[in-house]
Design a protein around this ligand. Sequence first.
Ligand SMILES: *[C@@H]1O[C@H](CO)[C@@H](O)[C@H](O)[C@H]1NC(C)=O
Length: 442
Amino acid sequence: MIKKRQQLSTNIIFLFCGAVGKFAVLCLLCENLFSSFVGFHQILLSVNQLEPEIGTNRLDFVHGDRRKMWSTLLGVVALASLSAACRPSVTTVSGSHAPATVCSGALIFSDEFNEFDLEKWQHENTLAGGGNWEFQYYNNNRTNSFTQHGILHIRPSLTSDQFGIDFLSNGNLNVEGGAPADRCTNPAWFGCERTGTPNNVLNPIKSARLRTVNSFSFRYGIVEVRAKMPAGDWLWPAIWLMPAYNTYGTWPASGEIDMMESRGNRNMFSNGVHIGTQEAGSTLHYGPYPALNGWDRAHWLRRNPNGYDRGFHLYQLEWTPNFIRFAIDNVELGRVTPPNGGFWEFGGFNRHNVENPWRFGSRMAPFDQKFYLIMNLAVGGTNGFFPDGVSNPSPKPWWNGSPTASTDFWNARNNWLPTWNLNVNDGRDASLQVDHVRIWAL
Ligand SMILES: *[C@@H]1O[C@H](CO)[C@@H](O)[C@H](O)[C@H]1NC(C)=O
C-alpha cells in the first residue's frame, strides 16, 4: 500500500511539473529531486527551515500535514527555479550504491524489497555469534532470508534441518568458501570453523545478518526502517549501524549506533517489567575500549503494550553534526547533543587516565565518520541481553556464565521451539520483516 501511494504521489508531482509548462528545465529538476515522495518532503523541509515554525520537528514533518505540503509546493517550485538544482549537503557517502553527488534532502539509499538485491545487502557468513556467543549461524540461504510481496524476511531455522541432529555434537562445520560470495565474513570467536561436542553443540540455529558494508555507508542523514519484529522465545532482532572504517580504532572506540533491538519473548518479565516483545531499545556504544563503554548514558527504551511483533512500525534515526536522535513512529525515544567536550565528556571518561581516541575529531566523534547499516536476527547469547533470572513461561535454559550455553539452549528446544510457530504461516511470526529502508541526506 505504501508503495502504491508513493508511486501515485510521484505521478502527481510529474503532472504538476507538466502543468507549470514554462519551467521546462525545472521538470528535469523535478525528476531528480522528486525521485521519491518522501524525498520530496525533505525538500519541503529545507524550505521550511527558511521559515522556521515553532514546534515543527524534522521527523514529524517528514510525515506531516499534506495540505501544507501542497500549498508549499508553489513556493518550492519558485525557490528551486531560483537556486541551483542541487543544494550541497553535509552528508557524505561511499560505496558501490552511493550517489555520485549528494543533494540536500535527497533520498540517497533505499530498498523497498520488491526484489532481493544482494548487490545492496551482503550476507554475513559466520559462526562467530556476534561477539556475544549468540547461538546462530549466519548464512546466505533463502530459507533464512528472502523477499516476498515487497517484504524482506529474516527467518530462523534449525541447523539440524540441514545437517542432522548428531552433527551438532560431533560434526565439523567449516563455513569458509572459495567463491567471493562464499567467504567467511567474520573469523573472530571461531567464526569460520567449529567442531561440535556434546557440551558445546554447534550453533543450533541458522539465521541471517545483512549489511551494506560494500554498497553504502554514510555520515549524517535520516534513516527510516519500516519493520515488524519477530515473536518467539530468545529471538533478538536488531537494526543498527557500524563504522565503515574504524577511524578511531576497534570497538567501541569508533562507535556503534543501535536503532532498534528487542526480544521475541511474548511474556518475559524482569522486576515486573515486560522486556520481551513489548519493549524496544535504541543505544549508542562508544568508549576507548570495551570495558569503558558509555552506552548506559545513551540508551533508551519504549514500551508498546500491543507488542512490536503485532505490526509494522517506523524505526527512525536522525544523525546530524550536532545531535543523534532516535524515534519510533515519529515519536522521539531519545537524543544526545554532546557538550563541547564531545562524547568523551558526555561519557564521563575524563575521570579515567586514558588517552582520548577522539581528541582530533569533531564534537560528534566517533559519530562523525561513515557508518553502514545492518539488519539481523540473532538468538540468545551470553552477554546478558537476556538476563539471568528473568521470569518467562519456560525458564531461561542457560546461565550467562555457563560454559555449555549452546547445549543448554539446544536441550531445552521443546520449550522454546513451539513459541516460534515455524510450522505456521511459513514461520512469519518468528521472522524479522522489513517493508522498506530509506536514507536521506541532511
Ligand atoms: C539452505 O537451508 C536449507 C534449510 O536448512 C537446507 O536444507 C539447504 O541445504 C540449504 N541450502 C544450501 C545451498 O546450503
